[in-house]
Design a protein around this ligand. Structure first.
Ligand code: G6Q
Length: 549
């Protein structure tokens, strides 16, 4: 059995170091160290990541890097790239890095090079995307396709939905992507209202092809389509699938020519780089999809080869561990100052929380004495400033923040981007330096307030500051940069998983949900009965009574 991170020498040293950290302020760290900002800012191509606003001294970084060494982070990357079983509970390799391997080097699973099948799949994706974009692939009545509706959930939805939204400026005119995930009929119904059965292509995206939500949505979409065309054969023109489960796809009525392959060494939440990315390839074109892969590949190479002290995913992961485990801060906010990245927090929330939200180590030991994955959340700025930033500035629980922004907008309306970036910079600075009582008093005095008013308002106008953030800046949100950014976060998750000793690639909590709903569905329909606690039993009875009446 492996040892817990808490048993390492580095962890013990970090604990002691944390105790001596009380009273350290970012203001002081910057004042005493003129080289700090430059030294703690790193870049991979145009992705500039400033880590200097973190509560870390050179000694903190030295100890955190020692922790990474002790937990075998560099070796962990090698194991990943060599196709070793990093997901022991499902006995699977973890090779999303192979999907974006642009170097033509072989990557093997159980001795077999997987690159040829990946290239073959990419070639098939290109063919379909180009046929759709050129109008060669038509609907049943011969009209060109105008709308792609992806039906999938979780990992088969969040990644492609987020990337499609992020890359909207690259969409082909006259071709739109939609995403239906929720089994709540409203989601599908609203989408079907927007599309035309003559010109819509449905992509049923499900790794297992057994997920109830996706199959329910897919069946309803199929009936809608067949009803319109009055002919079952229309399914051939209007449905494709992405899955590992070819038999189930065939049973659904989609033939092998229209089924895109996926492999069990691609985790759902890491799958946007595979054929799960088909809606992306259709709307932005395969060349742009391959640029996305190329960007991720750049970050893969960086993660694997850059020395730990310059390695962005490693440094970012270590600082997250520092806050989660030594300061006891449970959450992490990700705030893109870019409306196109509105879905990034949701994608990352799944990626991180499903990967590292674990209470058992990979070797089966129950975790005690340290926390694992943080609660990840966020919304785009500046909107977020007008909602939850109050808590970030003055709440009792500090929340480390990632600020993310492009220097140029795809929509350069006069004034807008300057406002956006000014807000981003101001927020990060304000969180860090806060406002002292003396500064707050000076402001109130300058405002002309009398002493009684000052005394009443002063405590509310003080900001403790010392709240850390990462700032990620890049020139413009293009496919390559987006690929780098997403891969940076994926590898951060991996590194934290290695530190905490968890299997970041299984998701038994998700599987539980799938099982439970299946059992209760039968009870709601009266076809089975189950043994429940009194609250659940009463709720089931209530639903049955009210739904029937
Ligand atoms: C991701 C999870 C989960 C999964 C969905 C959909 O890593 O396993 O979010 O992607 O439950 O599963 P299918 O693709 O099999 O329908």
């Amino acid at each position: 059995m492996s040892i817990a991170p808490t048993e390492t020498a580095a962890w013990r040293a970090l604990r002691a170091h944390h105790e001596s950290f009380a009273g350290v302020t970012l203001r002081d760290l910057f004042r005493d160290d003129p080289g700090r900002a430059a030294r703690m800012t790193h870049a991979v191509e145009e992705l500039r990541v400033d880590l200097s606003k973190h509560l870390a001294t050179p000694e903190t970084m030295r100890l955190l890097l020692a922790l990474a060494e002790e937990r075998g982070v560099a070796a962990g990357f090698e194991r990943m790239f060599h196709g070793e079983i990093l997901n022991p509970t499902e006995e699977r390799a973890v090779l999303h890095v192979a999907l974006r391997n642009r170097a033509s080097t072989p990557i093997r699973v159980e001795g077999k090079n997987v690159m040829p099948q990946i290239y073959a799949c990419l070639a098939r994706m290109r063919t379909l995307a180009e046929r759709i974009r050129s109008g060669e692939h038509t609907g049943f009545g011969g009209e060109p396709i105008t709308d792609i509706v992806n039906i999938g959930i979780g990992g088969s939805d969040l990644g492609p939905a987020m990337v499609c939204d992020a890359l909207r400026p690259y969409w082909k005119r006259g071709l739109r992507a939609h995403f239906v995930s929720n089994v709540d009929g409203t989601h599908l119904a609203r989408t079907l209202e927007e599309v035309d059965p003559r010109t819509t292509l449905f992509i049923v995206a499900s790794k297992t092809f057994t997920t109830a939500e996706t199959l329910t949505n897919a069946r309803t979409a199929r009936s809608w389509l067949v009803e319109h065309h009055g002919n079952e054969l229309a399914v051939g023109n209007h449905f494709v699938a992405v899955s590992t489960n070819h038999d189930a796809v065939r049973e659904f009525g989609i033939d092998a020519d229209h089924c895109f392959e996926l492999w069990d060494w691609v985790g759902g939440r890491y799958s946007l780089w595979s054929a799960i990315g088909l809606p992306i390839a259709c709307v932005v074109g395969m060349d742009h999809f391959e640029e996305l892969l190329a960007g991720a590949h750049v970050m893969d190479q960086h993660a694997r080869h850059a020395p730990l002290e310059q390695n962005l995913p490693v440094l970012s992961a270590l600082l997250g561990v520092w806050y989660a485990n030594f300061f006891g801060w449970a959450s992490w906010a990700v705030i893109p100052y870019d409306q196109s990245l509105a879905r990034l927090p949701a994608w990352l929330q799944q990626g991180d929380m499903e990967s590292n939200g674990k209470r058992t180590r990979a070797d089966g030991a129950v975790i005690e004495g340290y926390d694992t994955g943080p609660i990840v959340w966020g919304e785009p700025g500046t909107n977020a400033q007008h909602s939850f930033f109050q808590l970030l500035h003055q709440g009792t629980r500090p929340v480390p923040v990632d600020f993310i922004a492009p220097m140029r907008s795809h929509h350069p309306l006069p004034e807008h981007h300057d406002h956006l970036l000014a807000n981003l910079l101001a927020q990060a600075e304000a969180l860090m330096i806060g406002k002292t009582e003396a500064e707050a008093r000076a402001e109130l005095e300058a405002h002309g307030d009398d002493e009684a008013t000052i005394a009443r308002l002063l405590p509310h106008k003080v900001f403790a500051g010392n709240r850390p953030s990462t700032m990620i800046l890049f020139d413009s949100l293009d496919p390559r940069t987006l690929g780098m950014l997403l891969a940076l976060y994926e590898h951060r998750i991996f590194v934290q998983g290695l530190i905490w000793g968890v299997n970041s690639f299984d998701q038994w909590g998700v599987e539980l949900g799938k099982q439970l709903a299946k059992a209760i569905l039968g009870e709601l329909r009266g076809s089975s009965s189950g043994d429940h606690d009194a609250s659940t039993a009463a709720a089931i009875a209530h639903v049955r009574a009210r739904r029937l009446s």
